[in-house]
Design a protein around this ligand. Sequence first.
Ligand code: 5GP
Ligand code: ZN
Length: 112
Amino acid sequence: MDCLFCKIVAGEIPSRKLYEDEHVIAFYDIAPQAPVHFLVVPRKHIATLDDLQEEDKPLAGHILYTAQRLAREQGCEEGFRVVMNCREPAGQSVFHIHMHVLGQRRMAWPPG
Ligand code: 5GP
Ligand code: ZN
């Protein structure tokens, strides 16, 4: 399958990894939008958040919990933002779900 994040998960494309376990990996975004910007990615290929199945609920919780734990480790205890873009109109560009974690700068709302 021609999926960039499957290739990163498989180690075929290098990444600056922060964390990995049997379900997820986390690595720094190649084009950071904040002083801290990393992605939490399931090893399982799921194209968009709309493709999440009932059986993926524990995995979704694990992604969120991993994001929170790593944000704290990265010095974001003052606050951080998590983002999942679902489908192209919402800004998704890599079609393997991932949670963005952004921190160490002030965030605006609403987002662009
Ligand atoms: P999306 O636009 O799908 O929400 O987020 C995809 C993210 O992946 C973008 O923030 C983009 O900078 C990041 N990205 C794209 N290609 C690579 C890559 O090869 N390595 C890493 N580490 N991040 C990437
Ligand atoms: Zn994939």
